[in-house]
Design a protein around this ligand. Structure first.
Ligand code: FAD
Length: 366
């Protein structure tokens, strides 16, 4: 690996994962290095806009963004990374891509289609499912299940919604106060909340949708949405040279400059890291910008002592509750209602995220 960038010879940077962190990093460094972005889908999607897109499919036109729209000066490989060596990344479709610097940003992966058009059509189908159902079962009371319940309750107030969660309270990733207030808000919107129960999804039949729960209850619903936690995308690393850098939860151990521990030229950013903080997109953005800064220093032959260091953030989270309200946990207080709603719920930071990628906040050219 050459530390110094030579005249006309840029460092080779490979970014694995085109999610929140990887996309911003690719956009930021595309003119400073020879960048390759590896992602199994052709687009980046703003994850926190996905629930709004289910009740309003046209919303996805701005939040599902082809990689080639913001990353115009580099190579995109539409495949999954399956292995890494000291010098190369190998992909499922048989590519081997040489790197001087590597960044791993494979946070989470959802079973989503490969193309943007297919993804937009999927939102239309999900919207149709919601539209034609009288009763809807949502399984999982984390941020995804709660936000989906909020979106449907506000946009389709006539639907009977049941939210079932296996834990003893909703939103276990943040404080009790936020969970309690959220439960009350949902109840005020006629959402039935059932805690400490699991749903047996094998029990329903197509004609009469009856779902059995672990507490022996039967829930009648015309359709269901599964919003349970999604595992980290680190299983593929278990057979690689980085296997010993994974902690018990499958997170990559990083040092304070966000390099994988013990590695000089491999960074990890976003949800995949073991940084002790709530896994959030705005923090994944912070990681990407810090890694970009450090990569620039290294590529220009700068000293290790010049590398910027990352400090874990304190607990801060906003969960939207429909179009105008939200529940927010700040370091010293928890609030619910229109004030946190004004921060997040109207546009869900979509315009802001598009701007960060160098795109117009509103205009979408199809
Ligand atoms: C419903 C929902 C609501 C949320 N709300 C908020 C919010 O309001 N505010 C906030 O800050 N955060 C929010 N988050 C959290 C936020 O989305 C994550 O913290 C963020 O997406 C993490 O970014 P990341 O780049 O680490 O991973 P991801 O965004 O998960 O991206 C990982 C990427 O890696 C790709 N990948 C996976 N495996 C491979 C492989 N082997 N090879 C190549 N590519 C691979 C995936 O396809 C994906 O593109 C929310 C999340 C969800 C699901």
């Amino acid at each position: 690996m050459e530390g110094q960038e030579l005249e006309g010879q840029k460092s080779k940077l490979v970014i694995i994962g085109g999610g929140v962190a990887g996309s911003l990093l690719a956009k930021t460094l595309q003119y400073l290095a020879e960048v390759t972005l590896i992602d199994p889908k052709e687009y980046f999607e703003i994850p926190w806009a996905s629930l709004r897109s289910m009740v309003e499919p046209s919303f996805a036109a701005r939040s599902v963004i082809n990689h080639k729209d913001y990353f115009t000066n580099g190579q995109i490989i539409t495949s999954s990374a399956v292995n890494i060596t000291e010098t190369e990344v190998l992909t499922a479709d048989g590519h081997s891509i040489a790197y001087d610097y590597l960044v791993i940003a494979t946070g989470h992966s959802y079973a989503v289609p490969k193309t943007r058009t297919e993804r937009l059509n999927q939102y239309k189908a999900e919207n149709q499912k919601i539209f034609s159902a009288h009763s809807i079962l949502i399984v999982g009371g984390g941020p995804t299940g709660v936000e989906l319940a909020g979106e449907i309750a506000v946009d389709f107030p006539g639907k009977n919604i049941t939210l079932v969660h296996k834990g003893s309270r909703l939103l276990e990733f943040i404080g009790q106060k936020a969970a309690k207030r959220t439960t009350n808000w949902l109840k005020s919107k006629r959402v039935e909340v059932k805690l400490e129960q699991k749903v047996d999804l094998g029990t329903d039949s197509d004609e009469i949708r009856m779902y059995k729960t672990s507490a022996g209850e039967t829930i009648r619903a015309d359709c269901h949405f599964l919003c349970t936690g999604i595992p980290l995308c680190s299983a593929w690393l278990k057979e690689t040279m980085l296997k010993n850098n994974l902690d018990g939860q499958g997170r990559l151990r990083v040092d304070e400059s966000l390099r994988v521990k013990g590695r000089k030229n491999i960074f990890a950013i976003g949800d995949i890291t073991d940084v002790p903080e709530i896994k959030q997109g705005f923090l994944a953005h912070k990681h990407a910008l810090l890694a970009a800064k450090n990569l620039k220093i290294l590529m220009m032959g700068g000293r290790e002592s010049k590398l910027a260091t990352y400090k874990a953030s304190s607990a801060l989270a906003i969960v939207s509750l429909g179009r105008t309200e939200a529940v927010a946990q700040f370091p010293f207080t928890t609030i619910i209602g229109c004030i946190p709603g004004m921060i997040k719920s109207k546009d869900l930071f979509v315009g802001k995220t598009r701007k960060q990628l160098g795109l117009e906040p509103d205009v979408v050219h199809d």
